[in-house]
Write a protein that binds this ligand. Structure first.
Ligand SMILES: [Zn+2]
Length: 279
């Protein structure tokens, strides 16, 4: 189990905002993209399984690494970044993915096609950092979109706005457990009502590490753990920016709920008064 500290250190490795050449970006043809491994995926897997089997035999014979360690070397990883809006989740995700690309790994970034605030071809942070990405309706379509050969070559998969993907759990299981990918997931843990949002929390039991980021309360500057919706909209999935949401501390979240509820009551009274007057 990797520690949150280790995750934080990894997140801070690279602050560059440029897209690394090994990033797997959605453009054709695939073969024009750089590929940094020396072995094809099937050859690599064969080499891995041969070396794993040899090491296992060696371990059983009392020499070499323990069997558990040998198994861990060929498995994937899942790292989860959660927090309220404006906490820097996408920034942390992009830094992590770019840091992996800088070590020679082939990376790909996915976001939900529901979030088209900054277009569909890039994941963009609130401060303008961006990285090319695949905008998809569901994660299970990623392998089909990319093609199996290209999918096999991807080492690291970043997922932004993960709360919008219903198939997050199944995708992470397959990608990390079966396909050996490093999966870095960023998303809202809670909605504006502080209920769990989508299935981001469901993958915590699968994760190697979990990082909860905080923002700054817009009203007092203290650490903000929650997202306050400033409008009367009640749909859970309602995409917006600073015009609709703001990060708040616990006290201002509670105060905000009182103000919003009071506003709703006043508006209802006004509406019924107008309706009555028109009759
Ligand atoms: Zn506050």
């Amino acid at each position: 189990m990797r520690s949150v500290c280790a995750m934080t250190a990894l997140l801070s490795v690279c602050s560059s905002t440029s897209l690394r050449s090994s990033a797997f970006i959605p453009r054709a043809p695939f073969l024009s993209l750089p590929f940094r491994r020396d072995l094809s995926c099937s050859k690599l897997r064969l080499a891995r399984s041969i070396s794993t089997a040899a090491a296992a035999v060696k371990a059983r014979a009392g020499g070499g690494r323990p069997l558990m360690e040998v198994r861990a070397a060929q498995s994937g990883e899942i790292h989860v970044i959660v927090g309220p809006m404006f906490a820097g989740k996408t920034t942390a995700l992009i830094r992590r993915v770019q840091a992996e690309a800088a070590t020679g790994r082939t990376v790909a970034l996915i976001k939900s096609d529901k979030d088209n605030r900054y277009g569909l071809d890039s994941a963009v942070t609130h401060d303008g950092t961006k990285m090319a990405c695949w905008a998809l309706p569901k994660l299970s379509s990623f392998q089909d979109k990319l093609g199996t050969e290209a999918y096999d070559k991807v080492d690291v998969i970043g997922i932004d706005e993960a709360q919008f993907f219903d198939d997050l759990y199944d995708f992470c299981c397959k990608a990390a457990d079966h396909d050996g990918k490093i999966v870095v997931v960023a998303g809202l843990d809670g909605d504006y009502k502080r209920n769990k949002f989508g299935s981001v929390l469901d993958i915590i039991p699968l994760a190697d590490s979990v990082t909860k980021l905080t923002a700054r309360c817009e009203l007092c500057g203290h650490r903000a753990f929650f997202t306050l919706r400033k409008t009367q909209e009640t749909r859970t999935e309602f995409i917006g920016g600073a015009d609709v949401y703001m990060p708040v501390c616990r006290q201002h979240y509670l105060d905000g709920q009182i103000v919003i509820e009071a506003t709703r009551i006043v508006m209802e009274v006004e509406r019924s008064t107008v309706t009555h007057a028109l009759k």
